[in-house]
Ligand binder design. Sequence first.
Ligand SMILES: Cc1cc2nc3c(=O)[nH]c(=O)nc-3n(C[C@H](O)[C@H](O)[C@H](O)COP(=O)(O)OP(=O)(O)OC[C@H]3O[C@@H](n4cnc5c(N)ncnc54)[C@H](O)[C@@H]3O)c2cc1C
Length: 450
Amino acid sequence: MADYDVILIGGSTAGSYFARRMAEQGLSVLLLEKASRETVSPAYDIFHMGADEMEHFGLPPVQEGDGCFAFTFSENETRSSYGNYPKPSHDRVVGLHKRAYIQRMNDWAVEAGAELLYEAEFLTFLYGGDGKICGVRYRRNGEECERTCRLAVDCSGIPAVGRRSLPDSYGVEKFELTPDDLFFVVLRYVKFHAEKIGWASWIFYKTWFAPAGDGADGILGVGANFGFDYAEKIFGIFSRNVKLPAYDVVRTERGATPYHRTVYSFVGDGFLALGDAASLTKPFNGEGCTATMVLCDIAADVAGSVLKSGAAPTRAALWPINKRYNDGQGKDFAAMLALLTRVVRHSAAANEFFFRHDVVFSQKVLGGFADGMKFTAADVCKTVLFIAVGICSGKVKPGEIGQIFAGALNAGRLLFHYRDYPETPAGFEAWVKKADALWAKAGKMSDWKV
Ligand SMILES: Cc1cc2nc3c(=O)[nH]c(=O)nc-3n(C[C@H](O)[C@H](O)[C@H](O)COP(=O)(O)OP(=O)(O)OC[C@H]3O[C@@H](n4cnc5c(N)ncnc54)[C@H](O)[C@@H]3O)c2cc1C
């Protein structure tokens, strides 16, 4: 008999959500969080979730004055490299104070029956005589404790302390996210002197302006690979090319989010990786909170059934988590990451040209295909025509168009490959070999600089 059915490492969004979903099924759950309740969750204040997503995942609702709610907004527009040709979109987004909402999610997991220990730092896994995980060792109040479990779940974020400590033979990759694989985000909370601007993003620089909640007119954000210095450099280029009204910076926050493909397998014997620990974020903006809940729901269904049946959560028993995830969001995110990695490799002049003529970065794409819009033959003809015009006029280089085609080709190949994700661990090795080759062709966002 194990002390717990499930022990989770990390009590932020992924850990709290999965703990709740497992506890709801009547399983015994222990959630270990290194930070105290007062300091839980990373150091930035405002984060966003889609209003539809909050409803879909049944997350605790928020309302004005509850300490979690900051604002909602739905009008946003994407602008060109020189700040022109806005492409509006209308998704309703909820802004939340992160720490307060994580505390709320912690309580929400506990209400369902999960046990939560703050200031409990995971140290190592415990392994049984068969070499499989059977528990965890953690430190709390200066004392080392051991608890056994049937399933250990790594939700420790970018450090991936559980996944990275696994034995080499465990069938789960142990890579560390390096500065090339992270987006370094700098958030400037700003107050305009007089004239204000609307909510917007500038895809060319990966910069955006979004609401801030209290005390500022909004947040000017930038995200870039390599480090905060490079992110600041890009912000400098952005500030020169896109003239904004005068503003003061009230305060600045910094943090990092994964920008790397997800791990090929989330599961091992008695092991599961979720959230940033599995490198799972949205390829188009690096946001990970709700993206990982798609995986959590699948994992709660599969692992919940295995544990409730009394069977051991072996790698083979948990494998449907990999298959079901990669049949859906996994294959779409892989394709999108490969596409975006190449599509952004062009000059500011080319970006301005694409926006102006509504090709590549068209209203349909950036508006999120609102109201059932689809690509038509006319769109394809228009794109081909303007690409030819762009090349002939010297605004776009043939190599830049080549990158877009390469991105589309890599995306298609990865989409089909992830769709063929093996049904069982048997075909995994061969699948990984081909996936490695496809990702090597696709490259990384960090292979190119603005
Ligand atoms: C500036 C910035 C803005 C962002 N904005 C958004 C946004 O608007 N929307 C969105 O969806 N995403 C956003 N993201 C990304 C988002 O923050 C992450 O994808 C998300 O927090 C990942 O959740 P997680 O639970 O996997 O990991 P984390 O939130 O990183 O949580 C990991 C937890 O594990 C704990 N932990 C670590 N090591 C141990 C240990 N040894 N023992 C016990 N516990 C441990 C940590 O204390 C922490 O609480 C943003 C990221 C940044 C940097």
